[in-house]
Design a protein around this ligand. Sequence first.
Ligand code: TYD
Ligand code: MG
Length: 460
Amino acid sequence: MSRSVSIYVCQSCGAQTRQFFGRCSNCGEWNSIIEEKIHRKSDKSIYTKINSPKEQSPYRSQLISHTKNLKTERIPSGYEELDRVLGGGLVPGSLVLIGGDPGIGKSTLILQSATAMAHERAVLYVSAEESAEQVKIRWNRIEESDSKLHLLAETDLELIIEELTSLKPEVAVIDSIQALNDQNLSSSPGSVAQVRECSSALQQIAKRENISLIIIGHVTKDGMLAGPKVLEHLVDAVLTFEGDRFASHRLLRGVKNRFGATCELGVFEMQTDGLSEVSNPSELFLSKTSAPGISTIVTCEGTRPLAIDLQALLNPTSYSSPRRTTTGIEINRLHQILAVLEKHMNLTLSRFDCYAAVAGGLQVEEPGADLGIAAAIVSSFKNIELEEGMVFIGEIGLAGQLRLVRQMQQRINEVIRLGYNKLIIPEGINTYEYEENKNIKIFKASNINQALIYALSSKE
Ligand code: TYD
Ligand code: MG
């Protein structure tokens, strides 16, 4: 029997009401509520079709020791950088969501990976955004060899599910979830109801047929994954693909991962023939020039240490309150570091505008960068270049003391690997093993004064 109901759904958080409101009472967003007509052609939803028949047992639960072990062997994605972010490859039967700005290269990345995986196993690429011919043009650009990749250009959820059940691929790609359309719902593709319905139907089929699903999703203006939050809860891993559209490198980050560490970072470079992996990213983010206001730090993205350059510029201000601007660094951290420097090093920074930036469009959010930011600021303030080959690691406390940060060992090893010869770190870590190494000098400071006076005086 056909029936139609109107509900009002917040496009930002997915909350549903029976009435229209100008502001969502759940998330507080203005003008985000739109009317959606839920029009079911039949009372039988798509779920009943794909739900497996109930087992013949008086209980629904089972003993965990009797529960079947999942096939845990991971499927290599064909790219080491992608495998790293996934935690060692795709887990059979898992759902992975990849989000990112339009044009950043999501389709290219996943098409390349799907092509690589198709050499070994059955892989289906569902293109809901582009026609088969358009995908072929892209594929011609990135692939020379032959590949057994199945391609389906379709937006209808039911047809896609049919293809998944009959082809039974090991891996399937949906590009993108916002373009899928469940005919049973009258709301337009991309709306909260559609995304929710399509993703839960896909999840059920993936779990039942043990298909690894890679779902591509769009992001909203402020960088959040478009669609309801349920989508993120539903999937096993959420990755984001980001980068400066004007630079060629792209960063793949793990935001959530049920089968591996989050905060892992994979680095790619966009070229004319597709994306290629960057296995030594530290070299990408170092400017290799020295000038007052530039310092080098080693930050840790997941388990991967990354050496990058920080820049600061201080100019006498012409306003009553000085300007503070950052790129890639949190502004509050800058305020805090400036306040600590002013108090503990007696610098009159409040009369200066301060700009701080990370080279290469990277975001550095961890506190381990504090000492490096402070060094760049003081170097610009005093107009003294920092010594070449000097690296800073450490968090600055409000009392001016230095604190150790996580994964010091890995960071120190990266510093040595890249051939830097001076390292300034907080006290409290054992560095005996490096003492015999003539190529590196490690200076341990207990407070910011000690660290920066050492850094600037060793230049003279
Ligand atoms: P695309 O994968 O379509 O992005 P998304 O799916 O995230 O929207 O990437 C498109 C961009 O990548 C486009 O601006 C062109 C560029 N590109 C290259 O520079 N080289 C290539 O080999 C390919 C396939 C794309
Ligand atoms: Mg795309």
